[in-house]
Design a protein around this ligand. Structure first.
Ligand code: ADP
Length: 198
């Protein structure tokens, strides 16, 4: 099964991306993890990307698309994957669609984690305190949410038109949200293993 996790910063894409991937038995591919892994190996380009990430802006589409598609081409992602943090704008989504179409496949589901702005701000503020992330201070959080609104929100309509969008309420315990996501995926493409052997 080929799944994309969509949602604003702080919506739980990373946590739930990992859980869903585990349940489906496919790799969890996080765009920000890919970036962080490659930053060390790059020199000037890595420095640029690091500044861009710290500011909460989107890294260049060319860089991002190349990184993600290279990862998707690896053998373990052939049966499926859970992508988290990518695509983040329509250009990235179109590049992903084209790449999948060239291989005779397409996305089975795009999970949109819906969380109110108040809950997001609270979660991101807590993460700033507990993890000390450079991009989780108050002004950068506000900027990342604005980038999400302008660049990523258009993807909701984009995937709704394709009929693959699954809206999931992301407010609640990790366990409750995970259940909702797996229930939403049961109606999409091949059902997850847990529904075949309840
Ligand atoms: P995390 O997964 O650690 O919560 P994010 O997914 O918010 O982090 O990504 C952190 C930063 O990495 C973003 O603010 C952005 O600078 C960069 N980034 C991650 N994914 C993409 C992408 N698809 N396109 C452009 N930039 C990205």
């Amino acid at each position: 099964m080929r799944v994309v996790m969509l949602g604003p910063p702080g919506s739980g894409k990373g946590t739930h991306g990992a859980l869903v991937a585990g349940a489906l038995g496919v790799p969890h591919i996080s765009s920000s993890d890919l970036l962080r892994q490659h930053l060390q190996g790059w020199t000037a380009a890595g420095h640029d990307a690091q500044n861009t990430m710290a500011a909460g802006d989107l890294v260049d589409d060319d860089v991002m698309v190349r990184l993600v598609l290279e990862r998707l081409a690896e053998a373990d992602a052939e049966p499926g994957f859970v992508l988290d943090g990518f695509p983040r704008n329509v250009a990235q989504a179109a590049a992903l669609d084209d790449w999948l179409a060239e291989r005779g496949c397409s996305l089975d589901a795009v999970v949109l984690l819906e969380v109110s702005r108040d809950v997001l701000l609270q979660r991101l503020g807590e993460r700033n305190v507990s993890e000390g992330r450079a991009d989780d201070d108050a002004p950068t959080i506000a900027h990342r949410l604005a980038v999400y609104e302008t660049q990523t929100v258009p993807l909701i309509e984009y995937y709704a038109r394709q009929g693959v969008l699954r809206r999931v309420d992301g407010d609640g315990s990790v366990r409750a949200v995970a259940e909702r996501i797996l229930a939403a995926l049961r109606g999409s493409g091949r059902p997850p293993p847990s529904s075949e052997h309840p």
